[in-house]
Design a protein around this ligand. Structure first.
Ligand SMILES: N[C@@H](CCC(=O)N[C@@H](CS)C(=O)NCC(=O)O)C(=O)O
Length: 211
């Protein structure tokens, strides 16, 4: 059984989707980050960086209990454990990791900063908002080019690279923060990925707690 410590934000939703796609049995422990629950000692003992998501797998490597944080590492772990959602063929596998790293190092941090400065910052700083809005738009155009050349980020196969990227793009597209009307291939991919039953279930997990 996998224990999932999470909250319905894009980094948590990636893991919700992967677990739903792969069918691993799991239990969910909500960590309300708005209420500061990520700072509780029991959570910090699992992730010293006090961020969701975290998984605790009681059947980890060598059949031992295994704790893992960082959503990109968790996605690779789950895909390798199942032997699914990451292409087997070498070049496609590295392209999958390339686009996963693009999400972890680019889309996540930049879209996150755009959210911070445009929604949560007590002072609205035009320079910061413009900087992250432009960067989010640029990254969306990079995704659009890739998704014009290939149906999914890794190529022909749906993979953890799509799972990592979908919740971020979905969230910003839904509130009009990225120019989705100008990126038709991203729009097509959002519709295709969003129609997967496991993606619908993963996005719905704990959603009522946030509203
Ligand atoms: N690089 C980390 C980022 C995780 C992260 O930033 N999680 C956010 C929610 S999306 C969080 O827990 N924030 C709590 C806080 O800022 O204190 C990952 O991908 O797992």
């Amino acid at each position: 059984m996998i224990e999932l410590w999470t909250w319905p934000t894009p980094n948590g939703q990636k893991i919700h989707i992967a677990l739903e796609e792969l069918g691993f049995p799991y239990t969910t422990i909500p960590v309300n980050i708005g209420a500061g629950e990520q700072l509780r000692p029991e959570f910090i003992s699992l992730n010293p960086n006090h961020r969701i998501p975290v998984i605790v797998d009681d059947a980890g490597p060598n059949d031992e209990r295994f704790v893992l944080f960082e959503s990109g590492a968790i996605l690779i772990y789950l895909a390798e454990k199942a032997g699914r959602l990451m292409p087997q063929q070498a070049s496609a596998r590295y392209l999958c990791l390339q686009w996963l790293m693009f999400q972890m190092g680019g889309v996540g941090p930049m879209f996150g900063q755009l959210n911070h400065f445009s929604i949560y910052a007590p002072e609205k700083i035009p320079y910061a908002i413009d900087r992250y809005r432009n960067e989010a738009a640029r990254l969306t155009r990079v995704l659009d080019k890739r998704l014009t050349d290939a149906p999914y980020l890794a190529g022909r196969e749906y993979s953890i690279a799509d799972i990592a990227t979908y919740p971020w793009v979905r969230a910003l597209a839904d509130r009009g923060a990225v120019p989705i009307g100008e990126t038709p291939s991203v729009q097509r991919w959002l519709e295709t990925v969003g129609a997967r039953p496991a993606v619908e279930r993963g996005m719905a997990l704990l959603a009522e707690r946030r509203s």
